[in-house]
Design a protein around this ligand. Structure first.
Ligand code: FEO
Length: 407
């Protein structure tokens, strides 16, 4: 096939793949994505950074070859840098090495080398070298510096910094799962991109927030953060202005939240829904932002995205067979996985439920929320259909929750 390489700066090309019809990744919904790989041309050596996912090889090879065609040069790859071994960035690495230069130098973290072997079982005979923070290679007029970045988002993750031009190839960090024909941040509004980056962070990076905080501090202390002029991640748009995403990563990793409460509910005969609506009205009466999710229609990935910068949540489910409605159970599982407490954000939770007789939903949700790191602020357990007095109580509980986050 034919596919065009995109020049980022002189001698640096995006040669990745666009996965137009991908709809899920790590269990959350996406509108397609990109697997970004980069070709860096030096006076002495040419370097291919990262690789692509299954089904994407033809597009990737076509772009690599187009980059050399644009330069008017024969194809010559001397060095492969692999920042991370997850399959969306490594599926064709061995094939690419065999295709272009089986004797090439290969650089990756020691964990990445181990993980490549564990996944593909065919890396033992290559000229592969372990590198980390402090290591660098000279490719002729250009220097690639390596920065270990464990848990961002696997133990093998690494950044590669093109020192002279200030381009940070950050792999998964600072990415977005979006899909379009443009490659740069300034092709879109910053609000849109930050929104997509927030979804990506909330669902994929939240758990690693403590490590991210340390990494940002390390980059600040070393002065490297001031040398970064561009961030080229492995998914989504390239940040020609890195400042908005670096600022947001710092806020998300440090648990900076808005005066905002996310309500999550499911309902059987609309009684729990009435409580959700009244709680929302109570919160809004205090001029606090509300996001509302109905779990018969909405996805946990969007809920997680909004909880990231919410100071509190309200979560409601009818009781069914002495337990919460099952879709709320799925939501609880996600909350436990992402671990918002790692950001340092202490989020309060209001639990509400309509039951027929014995109940059980509130107690189960309370146990699960506490295990997931939330502080249970209050509960409201209602018998069958809420009357006006109960609706007033729900409104007041919304007011109290809103006031608590403003204190
Ligand atoms: Fe985009 Fe951890 O892979």
């Amino acid at each position: 096939m034919k596919a065009k390489a995109i020049k980022i700066i002189d001698g640096v090309y995006w040669v990745g793949a666009i996965h137009w019809n991908s709809r899920t990744f790590h269990g959350y919904g996406i509108p397609g994505t990109t697997y970004n790989a980069y070709l860096v041309l030096g006076d002495e050596k040419n370097v291919l950074i990262d690789n692509v996912y299954r089904g994407m090889a033809d597009q990737f090879y076509a772009r690599v070859e187009d980059a050399f065609a644009q330069e008017g040069k024969d194809i010559k790859i001397d060095v492969f840098v692999q920042n991370h071994s997850e399959m969306d960035h490594s599926t064709f690495l061995r094939e690419t090495i065999d295709k272009y230069n089986p004797d090439a130098e290969i650089y990756a973290s020691q964990n990445c080398i181990n993980f490549l072997e564990s996944q593909y079982h065919n890396y033992g005979d290559l000229n592969i070298n372990a590198v980390g923070t402090g290591d660098e290679i000279d490719i002729g007029g250009r220097t690639l510096k390596f920065v270990s970045a464990p848990m961002l988002h696997w133990p093998d993750s690494m950044f590669t910094f093109l020192a002279e031009e200030g381009i940070l190839f950050s792999n998964d960090a600072f990415g977005q799962h979006i899909c379009n024909s443009k490659r740069f941040d300034d092709d879109f509004s910053t609000d849109y991109l930050i929104g997509e980056a927030q979804k990506y962070y909330a669902n994929l990076v939240t758990l690693a927030s403590p490590m991210l905080k340390m990494k940002l501090q390390e980059l600040t202390d070393s002065g490297l953060i001031n040398e970064i002029k561009m961030i080229a991640p492995c998914h989504g748009q390239i940040w020609r202005d890195p400042s908005p995403i670096v600022q947001k990563y710092s806020e998300w990793a440090n648990g900076v939240c808005k005066d905002k409460i996310t309500i999550i509910y499911d309902t059987m005969h609309h009684s729990t829904e009435k409580l959700a609506y009244q709680i929302a009205e109570g919160i809004m009466s205090e001029d606090v932002e509300v996001k509302m999710y109905f779990m018969q229609e909405d996805g946990p990935d969007d809920v997680i995205t909004d909880i990231l910068d919410s100071k509190a949540i309200a979560i409601g489910a009818p009781t069914m067979m002495n337990k919460p409605f099952p879709r709320i159970g799925n939501m609880m599982y996600w909350l436990d996985c992402v671990n918002f407490k790692g950001t340092g954000s202490e989020k309060d939770a209001l639990i509400f439920s309509s039951k027929g007789w014995g109940g059980g939903a509130v107690e189960k949700i309370q146990r699960d929320l506490e295990e997931a790191g939330f502080n249970v602020f209050d509960t409201l357990d209602v018998v069958f259909v809420p009357d006006e007095d109960v609706l007033e109580e729900a409104f007041q509980k919304g007011v109290e929750l809103a006031r608590s986050i403003k204190e």
